[in-house]
Structures are given as C-alpha cells and as structure tokens.
Design a protein around this ligand. Structure first.
Ligand SMILES: *Cc1c(COP(=O)(O)O)cnc(C)c1O
Length: 370
C-alpha cells in the first residue's frame, strides 16, 4: 500500500521522519550473537550493576501476596521510605517507572510544539528523543572538549526562549559532574533546570538539598544503576511540591508496578549491602581506569559514575568493539561528530575487567595487522 493511502498518512509526519531510540540489547540476544551461554556474556554496555539487587529483593517478591490488586497510585510507602534516603519530605517526591518515565512526564508537563529545550551533547540521548516526540524545539549547546558546559552558549539559549534544560550529573557518557555553582547560576535565569542524578551513588555529589530553595529545580534519581533494579523500572524525582503535584496529576494512575515498588522498598531497607557493592564498583573504577590507560591506544576520561569513556588513538573503535563482541564482551562504541572514535565501558566485577583487558590486548594487536 502506498504511503499516501496507508494509515501512515494519519500519523504525525514529524514522527514518521524521526529516528527511533537505539537501546541496548538484552542478555539473551547478546549470548546468541556471540554463540555462548548467557552466563558467559560479559555485559559492560548498559551501566547496569553486575552484583544485582539486594539479596532481600528475591524473597520479598516471591512472598508478596497481592499481585492481583492494583498498586498504590501515589506510592505512599515508597515515598515515605525515600524521605530518609533523600532528606526531604514526601511532598517533594514522585516515583516513576524508571527515571525515563519522569523525563517523559516533565517534557509533557512543559512542552507545547515549538517550545525550546536545551540539550548539551554528548549526553543521554533520551533528552533529545523525548523532546522530539513532544514536538519541542531542541536548542543544542555542545559541551567543550573537556566535556564541561559551554556556559555562555547555554545562557544564550536561555534567551532564545528555552523552557527547560536537562543536565545529567554525572553525565552519561562522559562521567563528569556539573558544578553546583553552574546549577545555581542557571536557576537564576528562571528556566526549569533538570539535574539527572542517575549515577549519584557513584559520585556522592548532589544538588537535591537545593530543591526546597528554588521553584525551578528538579533532581532525578534511579534505582537502575546503584540498586541493581534496571529490569524492574523504578526511579524518582525530587520536585518543588507544586510541580510534584502537577506531575502526579498528569501521570498514568498505576505507573509503577507493585514488584518495582516492593523491590525499591527492600533496597532502601538494605542500604548496608548496597553500599558495599557501590564501594566495590568505585574501587574497580580506579583499577579499570589505570588498566585502560596502560594499553597505550585508549585515553580514558576520569569518571564519577560507573562507566568510563575512552578516546581511541591509532586504532578503530568500531573494530575493537566488533572484536570484543565476537569474544562475548559487550561495550558501547561511538563515532559521531562529538564523540569521534570512542568507547564507553561500564564498570563490572574484577573478573570482567580482567577479561576485557585481555581481550582488548588481543583485539588491539589484530587491529594493527589489519
Ligand atoms: C540510565 C540513565 C537513566 C535511566 O534510568 P532509568 O531509571 O532506568 O529509567 C537516566 N538518566 C541517565 C543519564 C542514565 O544514564
């Protein structure tokens, strides 16, 4: 059927033209690709926590008695448990099906077609993706070569009618944080500043305590990375109470499934265990950073998150990436104008670092001969 006569002619044309989101593949697909059992896959491409969730999560999910009942639409228990963790009362807190859902809801709350959103690439591609779905006007202000914000550029974009700015801190994929002084200066402009702290637990740096002092600051957090719950989809946002109310008003009623709520509660009740795995990952980040640098063809950037971005010198990132895939090791590869010939490696367990480094030595040598 031709384009004009098909149902596509009823679809918003800008969405037909838009590119979809390139998400990471699940373990089963990776294992099939490499021709090895799932247990042997070394997955360092999604910034997931290789230690998994707290050991309390499995038994709590197995014994939960009310799967046949709709979950609490306002997540009272979880928000109450988060009060202590975040240090602010529940009127500031909204829970989402991953922090991705909160990014989506924030865009829907503020953007009408043509409204401006500032994006500072290279960064998390969900921001431009969701802005486009909402018909927002992207104001792209690329970061400088050391991945800091182009602050003059951001301020200019504020004057071009931006309503929102999204700042990941630590930034994905570069690993650096936004200095609090810059966040404060942006808040002065009056636009809504969304600081995405999906990796907060690996940096220990947060602007959440500022939220009660500003009407335009939102901080997003996630259970996906530090708490090992990426598959269950649960995140939260710290909002000025008025904005929290509005997000609550426009969200779908049962947006966070009960398994995710139970798992997040158990995680908050087992911080000692989870802080142990965070400590292990932060220690492994230093070891991985040193080993990547010693290879001679990678230039790792310092990171405050659970991943490390590397420039590749004298070799092709693409063929290193392919060589690793064939050996069952999966990482991210970039070759875009702002990330030329780069790799991003999630921090894993020590044995993952060892396997990765050994494979990189082999693949690097092959790359020389090719
Ligand atoms: C992983 C990631 C998220 C997504 O978190 P979910 O809670 O799994 O939706 C949000 N922001 C950044 C910068 C991320 O890297």
């Amino acid at each position: 059927m031709s384009f004009e006569s098909g149902v596509e002619r009823l679809v918003r044309p800008e969405l037909l033209a838009m590119e979809g989101y390139a998400a990471v593949e699940p373990m089963e697909v990776l294992s099939q690709y490499a021709g090895i059992p799932v247990e042997e896959v070394v997955k360092l491409d999604g910034n997931e926590n290789p230690y998994g969730p707290s050991p309390r999560v499995g038994p709590a999910l197995a014994s939960y008695p009310y799967y046949h009942i709709y979950p609490d639409p306002t997540h009272r228990q979880l928000r109450r448990a988060l009060e202590g963790y975040v240090g602010l009362d529940a009127s500031h807190l909204v829970v989402g099906s991953g922090s991705d859902e909160l990014i989506d809801l924030i865009m829907r709350l503020f953007l009408r077609p043509g409204d401006g959103v500032i994006n500072c690439p290279p960064t998390f591609p969900i921001y431009p993706f969701k802005a486009n779905v909402c018909g927002g006007r992207l104001l792209e202000v690329p970061r400088d070569t050391s991945h800091g914000l182009d602050f003059a550029g951001v301020k200019r974009a504020c004057q071009e009618g931006a309503k929102l700015i999204f700042l990941a801190s630590p930034n994905n994929p570069t690993g650096n944080v936004v200095p609090e002084a810059q966040v404060r200066e942006l808040l002065e402009t009056g636009i809504v500043v969304v600081v995405d702290e999906a990796y907060y637990e690996f940096s220990g740096i947060t602007v959440a305590p500022l939220v009660p002092h500003f009407h335009n600051l939102i901080v997003l957090r996630s259970f996906s990375k530090w708490a090992g719950l990426a598959g269950l989809r649960v995140g939260y946002g710290v909002f000025p109470p008025k904005l929290a109310e509005l997000i609550m008003k426009i969200k779908l009623p049962y947006n966070v499934n009960i398994a995710a709520q139970v798992a997040a509660l158990e995680s908050l009740a087992d911080l000692e265990y989870l802080q142990g795995t965070i400590k292990a990952l932060v220690a492994e980040r230093s070891r991985l950073f040193a080993k990547l640098g010693e290879l001679g063809f990678l230039k790792p950037y310092p990171s405050q998150a659970n991943f490390i971005l590397c420039d590749v010198t004298g070799k092709e990132a693409k063929s290193l990436h392919r060589g690793l895939r064939e050996r069952g090791i999966f990482i991210r590869y970039y070759d875009t104008p702002l990330l030329r010939n780069c790799l991003r490696v999630s921090v894993g367990k020590p044995e993952h670092t060892d396997a990765l480094i050994a494979a990189l030595k082999e693949v690097g040598a092959e790359n020389d001969r090719a």
